[in-house]
Design a protein. Structure first.
Ligand code: PLP
Lengths: 399, 258
């Protein structure tokens, strides 16, 4: 079984490039050049240098002693929250900005939900002195206000999107429309492992540094490169793709993705695409989608803006259908509890998105000798307002 | 060989072909059939029936808006097929459905094509269905059910790809005037004229209609100099959004163009 993308951009039955002719020249240019560029010596050197000295990699793999005691199993945290700008998103934007420059592009566009990808894009644009436009739904502009201010301070233009549900899906539509209207000089830095080929493969490649580091860090700390399982949250699926990538062929390693159940997968307010969706085409790729019987995309809901997306990257649809990875869903309540637990036991305030991965620890049967790696995709600074609303409530505290 | 009303329309040297796009179920749910009948009555040559989608990637604000309202009105693929079931009792000009891929896939590709054939639809325009994917999983059904697949070209389309698209086209080629989403205010500039001329000189085997940004008599006339005719979408959707009876609005609009 292969988990790699094929020449046409498919993972099994998922992926492809369902692009309007208007996007063809840009996508074709990327398809024809990305492998050559990212495998070149110059690219690799600059990417490695920026990840080390600018992003602050490698990110630590931390043995969480009190969490391990609490769960009676060994818990390791991969600390993507310690990266520059506070999440895994920067791994991808550093890679894509170098690529954009190698292609001679002069202008950068991006979409953002939680604002983490927007900030990470604005950051690398400041670093390289490139103009940057970030599309963000009005709902997210309001609930992630500190990140909007950061993007502006970094010099990006933030465009508020009022179409549709005014969240991540609509911001993505608007970014793609911008690209259609600027066919010559612009590169679109997509923020997750979604979109037309080659984006899912490219973003996964840049994020795969996460599992590359995990392997040698595990070797140092446990004497084996392989853990029992790896757990990561899934919105579009980039941090999970990066955390899974170098374990895909080691089928002994359990891979667990955690979607946002929102208020529950049996309610209308959920974003758990694999749990409640079926295959279709959105944002130019074939993958699982939340949709009506008529094939209209439905509006997702999650307490975390970064998981509030009605689709999922094609790699995950493939891993789901082949059974190589398992996907769980955590509700808002379970997520808040998990976030507060980590905060009290380890002194780490995780992003709401990452807390979905932590919430899975209550759903999995773990043995005392198991080595569980949880990817902490980002830090909770942006979510303080939400956390403060709930943390006095007994209901969310673990006794 | 796919042959139907579209081939007939383009036979010979017919010039100044006017094709109009409208959004099914807009402004009112039951306006679909009267709009088609009105457009034929007032002299339109070809109609594109827009199937609304929640996420119309290639469309600007006007068609985004009409799609949104049509969906709120309760339109769906099933409902459109129901509305259209007797359309060939009253309408003779070629009809094309235009929409995005997901509702088609959701209905079932073959079931969708079969239904179109039963109704008397002549072709489809699916902007997010590129040629390679069409060949991979759609072509056989289009052929089986006698539907033309209308492909798009843009000012950025390379000469090599133009020939590929020309070879794969059977009905006509949809020539997008500028690199933009629909309804853009960009003027049909000198740059477009250069592109119109360049493609005109290529002597492609398929006839062409020019679309995107065609909104009035002047832009229609100019487009007709370089192709067999032109396609109007956003400007018509705007026109039916005004006050008045549907028939009056259609009559006034078509007269203002031709
Ligand atoms: C901290 C964090 N984790 C996870 C995600 C979800 O994205 P993905 O599934 O691509 O990792 C986001 C998105 O904004 C995020 O900010």
């Amino acid at each position: 079984m292969s988990y790699k993308v094929n020449k046409e951009g498919y993972y099994g039955e998922f992926g492809g490039a369902f692009i309007p002719e208007l996007m063809y020249p840009n996508i074709k240019e990327l398809q024809d050049n990305y492998l050559r560029i990212i495998n070149s010596k110059e690219f690799k050197e600059e990417f490695a240098h920026l990840l080390k000295d600018y992003v602050g990699r490698p990110s630590p793999l931390y043995y969480a002693e009190r969490m391990s005691e609490h769960y009676n199993s060994k818990i390791y945290l991969k600390r993507e929250d310690l990266n520059h700008t506070g999440a895994h998103k920067i791994n991808n934007t550093v890679g894509q900005i170098i690529l954009a420059r190698a292609l001679g592009k002069k202008r950068i566009i991006a979409e953002t939900g939680a604002g983490q990808h927007g900030v990470a894009t604005a950051t690398v644009c400041a670093l390289k002195g490139m103009p940057c436009v970030v599309y963000m739904g009005r709902v997210d502009v309001e609930r992630q206000a500190p990140n909007v201010k950061k993007m502006r301070m970094l010099g990006a233009k933030v465009v508020t999107v009022d179409s549709g549900n005014k969240t991540l899906k609509d911001a993505t539509n608007e970014a793609m429309r911008d690209w259609i209207n600027h066919p010559e000089d612009t590169h679109y830095i997509i923020g997750s492992a979604v979109g037309p080929h080659p984006y899912p493969d490219m973003v996964t490649h840049f994020q795969s540094v996460i599992s590359e580091e995990m392997r040698w860090q595990l070797m140092e700390q446990t004497g084996s490169e392989l853990p029992t399982r790896v757990i990561a949250c899934v919105g579009g699926g980039s941090n999970a793709a990066g955390a899974f990538y170098h374990f895909l062929d080691d089928t002994k390693v359990e891979l667990i993705g955690v979607e946002a159940a929102g208020k529950g997968i049996h309610t209308k307010q959920s974003a758990a695409t694999l749990a409640i969706g079926r295959p279709g085409v959105l944002h130019s790729a074939r993958s699982y989608l939340m949709q009506t019987d008529d094939g209209q995309i439905t509006e997702p809901y999650s307490i975390s803006a970064g998981l509030d997306y009605p689709g999922i990257g094609p790699l995950h649809s493939h891993l789901y259908e082949t059974g190589r990875a398992k996907y769980l869903a955590a509700t808002d309540t379970e997520v808040l509890k998990a976030a507060f637990l980590l905060t009290r036991l380890e002194g780490i305030i995780p992003a709401l998105e990452s807390a979905h991965a932590l919430a899975a620890l209550d759903k999995i049967k773990m043995n005392p000798d198991d080595v569980n790696v949880v990817n902490i995709s980002g830090r909770g600074d942006k979510d303080m307002e939400t956390y403060l609303k709930y943390f006095d409530d007994e209901k969310y505290q673990t006794k | 060989m796919i042959t139907n009303r579209i081939n007939k329309l383009f036979q010979g040297d017919k010039k100044n072909i006017l094709s109009v796009y409208f959004t099914a179920g807009y402004p009112k749910l039951d306006d679909t059939v009267p709009t088609i009948q009105g457009l034929e009555k007032h002299g339109v040559d070809l109609i594109e029936i827009g199937i609304p989608f929640s996420d119309p990637l290639a469309d600007g604000p006007v068609i985004q808006g009409s799609s949104h309202i049509a969906l709120q009105n309760g339109i769906s693929v099933k409902c459109i097929f129901e509305q259209l079931k007797d359309i060939r009792k009253s309408v003779r000009i070629p009809l094309i459905v235009m929409g995005y891929l997901n509702p088609v896939i959701s209905y079932g590709i073959e079931a969708f094509c079969k239904k179109c054939n039963e109704i008397g639809i002549d072709g489809m325009i699916l902007p997010d269905l590129p040629l390679n994917e069409y060949n991979r999983s759609f072509k056989s059904f289009f052929e089986k059910y006698n539907l033309h697949n209308v492909l798009l070209i843009t000012p950025e389309t390379s000469e090599k790809r133009l020939h590929e698209i020309d070879d794969a086209s059977t009905g006509f080629i949809y020539m997008v005037s500028t690199s933009s989403t629909t309804g853009a205010k960009k003027n049909v500039s000198d740059y477009s004229t250069e592109y119109f001329q360049r493609v005109n000189n290529m002597k492609l085997k398929n006839r062409r209609l020019i679309g995107f940004g065609i909104s009035n008599h002047k832009t229609f006339d100019n487009a007709c100099k370089y192709a067999q005719g032109a396609i109007i979408g956003s400007a018509f959707v705007k026109a039916v959004s005004q006050e008045g009876t549907l028939d009056e609005k259609i009559e006034k609009f078509v007269k203002s163009i031709k």
